[in-house]
Design a protein around this ligand. Structure first.
Ligand code: GTP
Ligand code: MG
Length: 197
């Protein structure tokens, strides 16, 4: 799929204040610093469209980006940033769960997983919660470029094996790098196919 236009539309803290238009939307969720905002910039090839930072906790709101005037990419705040106050963590958790559970236009949620790490409890619990609530999701393993040779496959397989313990069928999964643009075409084609179906 070719990206002809990618425009920031609105930020807000409540799912019921998100854009009213009925076009499909695809949202990125995952731990703080996993690379959600960077991936939006990589996919759209617009540096600085979504704000990124090497310090976790940058994205604090729901951000809608209108793509080709046909669908939205949505950047969400990260979960699990321990240095935030309990009150702030709870606030963000509410923003995320209200959006994920109530947003009717949400067509597919991409859960981003850092490809360098062993399976993290918080990610596994989040995925379990999605399953319990019947939220359609896929998995994206990020930061592929940061792995040593051989580590990437191993880490991805370990994560998928852990999921296999709970799921009969694995969700679709992708491997990306916002540095090398690995996975860009595959991900855009996946979205394109859903949009057309
Ligand atoms: P929050 O908004 O805080 O939840 O973080 P985020 O998930 O949006 O992460 P963000 O895109 O801001 O990226 C966090 C850091 O990781 C930044 O320093 C990025 O440059 C870096 N980063 C993101 N993706 C990649 C990648 O694929 N490869 C490499 N090498 N660095 C990446
Ligand atoms: Mg972000």
């Amino acid at each position: 799929m070719k990206i002809n236009s990618a425009e920031f539309e609105i930020s807000n803290s409540r799912a019921d204040q998100c854009p009213k238009s009925n076009i499909p939307e695809y949202a990125f969720i995952g731990r703080s610093n996993v690379g959600k905002s960077s991936l939006i910039n990589m996919l759209t090839q617009r540096k600085g469209l979504a704000m990124t930072s090497s310090t976790p906790g940058k994205t604090m709101l729901i951000n809608h980006f209108r793509i080709n005037d046909e669908w939205y990419l949505v950047d969400l705040p990260g979960y699990g940033y321990a240095k935030r106050s309990k009150k702030d963590q709870e606030k963000l958790q509410n923003i995320i769960s209200f959006y994920v559970l109530e947003r009717e236009q949400l067509t597919n949620l991409f859960v981003l997983i850092d490809s360098r790490l062993k399976p993290q409890k918080i990610d596994l619990e989040f995925i379990e919660w999605l399953g319990e609530n019947g939220v359609p999701f896929s998995i994206i393993f990020t930061k592929a470029d940061k792995n040593k040779k051989g580590e990437l496959r191993k880490n991805v397989e370990t994560f998928l094996d852990t999921l296999r313990e709970q799921w009969e069928e694995l969700p679709p999964h992708f491997i990306t790098s916002s540095e090398s643009r690995l996975g860009r075409e595959e991900l855009l084609n996946y979205i394109d196919n859903i949009n057309k179906s």
